[in-house]
Design a protein around this ligand. Structure first.
Ligand code: GTP
Ligand code: MG
Length: 138
């Protein structure tokens, strides 16, 4: 426990051709990519993935947005992966993200904020299992 996190490169960043630079920054920060795929979620898939946010006012906008185009899903490994990765991606609102963070560099807005990172070890495992079967993980 404690050494994996789950990430998605969101539709805005995939559409802007930022898959390469974002994966490069993730690797340069010392994360190992242990599972990786490109896919498009249905609105129902996005609804299940973000079910914890179902009572938030932006739930409909969020699930609409996350199913609007392809995403890259990945499982990453590093010591203290969840905490370290959230430092690397920066604040949810890119206008508040630290310079050099992935969201500060690549995100367009709070909704189209380029990348997802798990918020706990428990959710990292749940989210990884949502996208990857046991055979797709190392
Ligand atoms: P994730 O790594 O994507 O989970 O982001 P986060 O943990 O930094 O933020 P949080 O889990 O609170 O919110 C999930 C996602 O909902 C965010 O990444 C945003 O894409 C979106 N979101 C959060 N707040 C707003 C908002 O006020 N408006 C809209 N449209 N989307 C929001
Ligand atoms: Mg979150």
């Amino acid at each position: 426990m404690g050494n994996i996190t789950f990430t998605m490169i969101k539709p805005d960043a995939v559409g802007s051709h930022y898959i390469g630079p974002i994966l490069e920054q993730i690797n340069a920060a010392g994360f190992q990519i242990i599972a990786l795929k490109l896919l498009k979620m249905s609105k129902e898939d996005a609804g299940r993935f973000y079910v914890v946010h179902k009572d938030r006012p932006f739930y409909n906008e969020l699930t609409q947005y996350m199913s609007s185009g392809p995403i890259v899903a990945a499982v990453l490994q590093k010591d203290q992966a969840v905490t370290e990765f959230r430092k690397l991606i920066g604040a949810t609102d890119p206008s508040k993200a630290e310079p050099g963070t992935i969201r500060q560099r690549f995100a367009k807005s709070i909704a189209a904020n380029a990348i997802h990172g798990s918020d706990s070890d428990e959710n990292a495992l749940i989210e990884s299992a949502f996208f990857f079967s046991e055979l797709e993980r190392f």
